[in-house]
Structure formats: C-alpha cells, structure tokens
Design a protein around this ligand. Structure first.
Ligand SMILES: N[C@@H](CCC(=O)N[C@@H](CS)C(=O)NCC(=O)O)C(=O)O
Length: 209
C-alpha cells in the first residue's frame, strides 16, 4: 500500500496522525507516503485524477492497484487492518461516543476551518469569499465548547488516557488554522489539550507548524 499526501493539508494530516499514533504504540505499519504537491496543482494532473477523479488527498493505493479516497474511510480501513490498540476505544457505547467526538471534530471544526482558510487566504489560490468565512466562523464556538466540556474531567485525550481518531482530526484542523495564522480563540481546556498534544514526539513527527 501507499498513501498519497500533502503536509499541512488537514485531511491527509488526520490520517497521518492516526498512523503515527499506531506506530508509536508499537504497531508496524508498512505504508510509504507519496507527496502530491497541492500548492503546485499536482492534484489536477492526469495521474492523480486516475487515483481519485475528485483530485483530492488523501488517497490510499491498495496492493491490488486500486484506490481508496476519503480520509474517514481510509482511517476506518487501517483501523480494521490494525485493530490494536484501537483509536476508537472498546465496546459499542465507548466507540459510539468516540465516533460522535470524531464527527464533531471533522464536521464542526476541520470543515469550517478549511472553509475559513480557503475563503480568506487560500494556499490553493482560491478567490476570497467573505460570507463563507463568516458563516463558517459562526459554527466554531458552539462545537469548541462541546469539545471543551468533553475534557472537563481532566483527561489528557478525548478518549481518556489514549488518543483516539478525534484527537488526530482536531489537531489536523488546528494545525491548518495555525498554518494560515487564523486565531480560533480556543476555549481553555481545548487550548491546553492542543499544547500537550503537540509537545508529544509522535505529534512532532507529523506536524509542520
Ligand atoms: N472529504 C474528503 C476531503 C478531501 C479534501 O478536500 N482534501 C483536500 C486537502 S485537505 C484537497 O485535496 N484539496 C485539493 C483541492 O481541492 O484541489 C476527505 O475526507 O478526504
């Protein structure tokens, strides 16, 4: 297998953080990365469109030569290939709660952050759309408050003592905001989680900013 990525881009980054978390826990994952330079428009080259007609990253190339796109699908596939230690937790309810957090982090933070960045100072050169940025900004405070409440018992990660997919997704989103120098006004516990998460060697091995 091979993983097509671009550093800093949030969807590839959340997959890369999940893989790094597994590796840090001792799981051997043989998955070389191939860079597709989004800043140079390489995602629109015919060879990448053959991997993913939507021209986005990440893409996982399977050993039979077929391709899997969508970061969530790739994370779940790798989670099933390498189930231990789980990045979703144990038991139906814990896994459901952790998926709930992951969906909040993806749809409520990563999506809006990506839209704010691309609607204000797009690294892909997209035109500014102030109303899209403003609408996305309005979504963030409520979701961040809910995520902040999830850390109220002092747990170091959203799933408890170990990182889960939600940690990886949220950090990928926050990195993209840092990269674009967008202040998200993080609530206190999320801000502390952010600092602690980033200090870890495993995070430093993936994050650029
Ligand atoms: N829903 C997709 C979104 C993929 C996506 O939009 N990826 C961005 C990078 S974070 C991309 O490749 N953008 C390039 C472009 O739109 O030209 C996923 O979860 O993988």
């Amino acid at each position: 297998m091979k993983l097509y990525v671009f550093r800093v881009a949030p969807n590839p980054t959340r997959v890369r953080l999940c893989i790094a978390e597994k590796r840090a826990a001792g799981v051997e994952i043989d998955l070389p990365e191939v860079l597709v330079n989004l800043a140079k428009g390489e995602q629109r080259a015919p060879e990448h469109l053959a991997r993913n007609p939507l021209g986005t990253l990440p893409v996982l190339e399977l050993d039979d030569g077929s391709f899997l796109s969508e970061s969530g699908a790739i994370i779940e596939y790798l989670e099933e290939l390498y189930p231990e230690p789980s990045l979703l937790g144990a038991g139906p309810l814990e896994r459901a709660r952790n998926r709930e957090l992951e969906r909040l982090a993806e749809l409520g933070v990563l999506g809006p952050v990506a839209r704010i960045v691309h609607a204000t100072k797009s690294p892909l050169g997209l035109p500014p759309i102030p109303e899209v940025a403003a609408a996305s900004r309005r979504i963030l405070p409520d979701v961040l408050r809910v995520l902040d409440a999830g850390l109220a018992d002092g747990r170091p990660f959203f799933g408890g003592d170990r990182p889960i997919v939600a940690d990886c997704t949220l950090q990928a989103a926050l990195q993209f905001a840092r990269f674009a120098e967008i202040d998200l006004e993080l609530p206190e516990r999320v801000a502390r989680w952010d600092r602690n998460y980033r200090e870890r060697e495993v995070a430093r091995s993936v994050l650029v900013v």
